[in-house]
Design a protein around this ligand. Sequence first.
Ligand code: 26W
Length: 819
Amino acid sequence: IVQIEDDRTATSVEALKRAILDNLYYIVGTTQANASNQEFFAAVAYTVRDRILARWFATLACYKQQDVRVVCYLSAEFLMGPHLANNLLNLDLEEPIRQAVAELGRDLGVIEEQESEPGLGNGGLGRLAACYLDSMATLGVPAIGYGIRYEFGIFSQQIRDGWQVELTDYWLRYGNPWEIRHPHEAVEVGYGGRTEGWTDSTGRYRVRWVPASVVRGVPYNTPIVGYRSGIANDLRLWRSESTESFYFDRFNSGDYQGAVAGKTFAENISKVLYPNDEEIQGKELRLQQQYFFTSCALQDMIRLHLRAGRQIDTFHEKWAIQLNDTHPSIGVAELMRLLVDEHGLDWEKAWEITSNTFSYTNHTLLPEALERWPRPMFASILPRHLEIINEINARFLSEVRKHFDGDEARVSRMSIIDEHGEKFVRMANLACVGSYRVNGVAALHTELLKKEVLRDFYELWPEKFINVTNGVTPRRWLAVSNPEQSALMTRRVGNGWLNNLDELKQLEGLAEDAAFRAEWRRVQHDVKVRLTNYILEATGISVDPSSMFDVLVKRIHEYKRQHLKVLHILTLYFRLKRKPNLEMAPRTFLFGGKAAPGYAMAKLIIKLINSVAEVVNTDPDVKHRLKVVFLPDYDVSLGQKVYPAADLSEQISTAGKEASGTGNMKFAMNGALTIGTLDGANIEIRDAVGHENFFLFGLTADQVQSTLAQGYRPRAIYESNPFLREVIDSISSGQFSHRDQNLFRPLLDQLLNSDPYLLFADYQSYIDCQDRVTEIYRDQEQWSRMAILNAARMGKFSSDRSIREYSENIWRVAAITLC
Ligand code: 26W
């Protein structure tokens, strides 16, 4: 028998080699001899994508056949990171591809490095969406991710003279082999204009929206492969384009300028990701973006629903829409508009459908991050939606009045429209009213939502509120990022942990095994050498891989307190200045993270870190015992290099400010010990790994509140603590700014006069705790024991557990098995 292998599906090394060369020649358009590594990457990616397509169609067919409820995860951000290595792991193709690539004369590691990551997110919220897509595909939860295909993702960061400089991120420069454009599934989205009444053929009064402009949304699909589940879900990102026909008139009448202006408006919508997190800007384009992808998503769902031969009034039975924060919450009004205006349902039926479809996840307690839109702006962009929101609000407020007889203060707090002074549309209120479930992302966060930010809503509908603690995917964050430690763990407990992270519990016993601990340290050292080489290449700084790697990577924000870390470094620095021969185990302080371009204080913090680095790293008294490194352009790819190499994970936000944190989980899974406050998921991590294996410091969320309420005076702490005073005075004196005493003035003034994030209140507790860290680190055996126990006990923080909770408690979807 002659067996013919299909070059697009077969997985033998020989077939893969043929397929790569074929794709290189016919798709990329080059030859093996001439191909750059970048082109070769594209050929490998196409080869992998070919092997996904059959699963993708099979998955869709299976969802259709089983008539399942589908989860639609609506998110303005998906911070996916590079796909190749992750897809190879999930498809179990890593070894044959590695060999095929090697036999074609290239190195898979080098090829993987060519992939430019789709940085379509700012930080935690966008990365969480990516982890959840991975877990949904792994568990077989039918899901579609809906978002925006930004042409420019999060800016790339350079450091010049210690300052952050932003460069545009044209991630599509070399094309994107993972996505498939589907122009025949395009939809139209309107903006502006007016509404008008009309009477339909049954004599019923109806309203229609006559937009002033219309743009086309074109979906680009990227398959999301589950870990060895045979399932591929769909990430659908929408690109805005102009509807040629709309501007044709202007063009024909000679108004070329006008025709092009319309095209520019349309194309601008999906042009660039807003680089802010945790602070709203109230910009028109942002609302246009939010409405754009939300409307595209809802139209797409309705099309799929009707195409399957179903009636519109069963919509909520077949679709569960998760709102990733309030960014897509305009969807509540849009679904009402589609059902009432376009599909002719009456209001009550439409509301029943809508309010049984949406759920809302809140990701932040910071008041400056709660979205609200000035009403006049909202009215000019979405006039029909404002009418609908007014109607939702009127009905809702009458329910509130019935329930809380006569409590007009409460009515005004809960109103979707903020009627005080300049009027606003409050998107969190709209999301709460339109959703059947509202969740926070860590136990403390959910409690604070119920007690403070959303208290009135909790009192009206306690049953709506639920906690789902965040999780991260152990595939990308352990298996792909840290192959050395993964192999070690798999040798001891098998590879079941990849889809059941609780299985790492079996490592607990090995913490007491001296040989295992030695092996653990050897692996950790190798991983640190890998990062050491990267640091040298990226920054020119040489660090000692046997020093403690003390790491703080996340967006730069005052509440995350990167500057508290600086106070610690300087405290150690002055100890060494006083006693140059003091015995001190060497530490390498690694920072990474981007500041929002308009956030002056965050940018000044970056400058401070680099200024301190410049002095400390070159001071002969320090004798290399302290090294400070700011790693530029922190992104998913860099995270994958950093988490595995960390010894100490810094999670030092002011208690009550960090909703959850997810970096904290990635570190601990990789065996780093955490120094942290009782904030967000830190609390649950500490409970899981054991209090004795976690370095706790600082005020609790309650203490933070009462400290501020009692008239907090940071200057008094400064005056009474000589070590803190020395550090602050040294910055003030210009010691780290070439004698410039003004450079860091805004930062110092803020700390001395108000210190809203309580750095001074937590300073001594932090320093004392760091001294305990140093003490324990001297006992490497003890440190290894604790590190192993941390890695072994992180099962709860797999995103698989989070997705199971969403599936059971919110979405009411069952995982499918392939038919
Ligand atoms: C409108 C500006 C804006 C943009 C993004 C405001 C707020 C956001 C996000 C909600 C910020 C964010 O990413 N929050 C983070 O979400 C993570 C995932 O749940 C949590 O782990 C982090 O603690 C939280 O800061």
